[in-house]
Design a protein around this ligand. Structure first.
Ligand code: GRF
Length: 191
């Protein structure tokens, strides 16, 4: 069973969803650690059954130093795969972690990704561009924002009268399916 670390900054909804998928056997993984970038992350309470650690960016001089402490925590817990789930800090990816960090993005890549393109900003940008479709993307993480290999994409229509909030809800419902599905396939392929 692959040991997993979930990195969160917010509600932890995706991490909780992955934890449930592990529990009921849809994902061959065992969550061993939650790393939160702030003690205020609501997900810390929701993921209470999993050991957790808070690592705050403000305590470090560089992205590299911050990231190394996060990896130290993951490695100490025995995790070999990291799932970013609403993680809002820049994570520097050293060689040894390449290809083992996944992220979910609430938009279609590469068009609706990049610096500043997160959360509601994505849905507002999709509406402003007059797109007919949006969706979510599970991808590997490298040292460029929203850039690594795409593992899975799920699309939704943009409907007349959509607001950023209604679109967010439709995309989020797909995230709940996409992340477990992509992680399960990723772990199967890794063997
Ligand atoms: C999700 O929309 C995810 O795509 C993005 O951040 C949000 C996190 O939501 N990366 P939650 O904290 O998992 O509810």
């Amino acid at each position: 069973m692959t040991k997993l670390a979930f990195f969160i900054s917010g509600t932890g909804g995706n991490a909780l969803n992955l934890a449930r998928a592990c529990k009921d056997g849809r994902v061959a993984g065992e969550p061993v650690l939650v790393v939160a970038s702030t003690p205020k992350a609501g997900g810390l309470a929701r993921l209470e059954g999993i050991p957790s650690q808070v690592v705050e960016r403000s305590a470090f001089k560089s992205d590299e130093a911050f990231s190394e402490v996060c990896y130290d925590a993951a490695e100490a817990a025995g995790a070999t795969v990291i799932c970013l789930a609403g993680w809002l800090k820049r994570l520097w990816v050293p060689k040894r972690w390449e290809g083992r960090i996944l992220n979910i993005h609430p938009g279609l890549l590469p068009r609706f990704g990049g610096a500043g393109m997160y959360g509601m900003h994505v849905h507002r940008a999709v509406l402003a561009a007059g797109e007919r479709e949006s969706g979510c993307t599970v991808h590997l993480v490298d040292n460029e924002f929203d850039h690594g290999r795409v593992l899975l994409e799920r699309r939704v229509p943009v409907l007349p009268g959509d607001t950023a909030e209604t679109l967010q809800a439709r995309v989020y419902a797909e995230e709940m399916k996409a992340y477990p599905e992509a992680l399960a396939a990723f772990l199967r392929e890794r063997g």
